[in-house]
Write a protein that binds this ligand. Sequence first.
Ligand code: SF4
Length: 101
Amino acid sequence: MANGQGAPKTVSSAEKIYCANCIHCKLVKTPCGNGGQYQLRVRCDAGKWRKKLGEEKVYKYFTVARRSLDECDAYTPMGDARDYIRDLKKTLPIKDEVYTL
Ligand code: SF4
């Protein structure tokens, strides 16, 4: 969910994957209210997050640290996940906030 480059790697189930530490996890602003406001969402730009009928699924930003997988063939880590997730949890909002443009 930040910048950085790296080669995709498939990680075994012994090493938990946090989507927030993957280059494909992107933060997006979703307009709401009267158009002058937005909420933060995260999406997987590798197209891995899908609803049952196939549409793309996005998640509320404040839940991003909970998005974890046993494995993903498109996971591209951006650094040490443990430190990053620990620091991220300290800075995430505690609920779905509405921001003003
Ligand atoms: S689902 Fe896979 S590719 Fe998408 S953000 Fe998570 S680890 Fe990255």
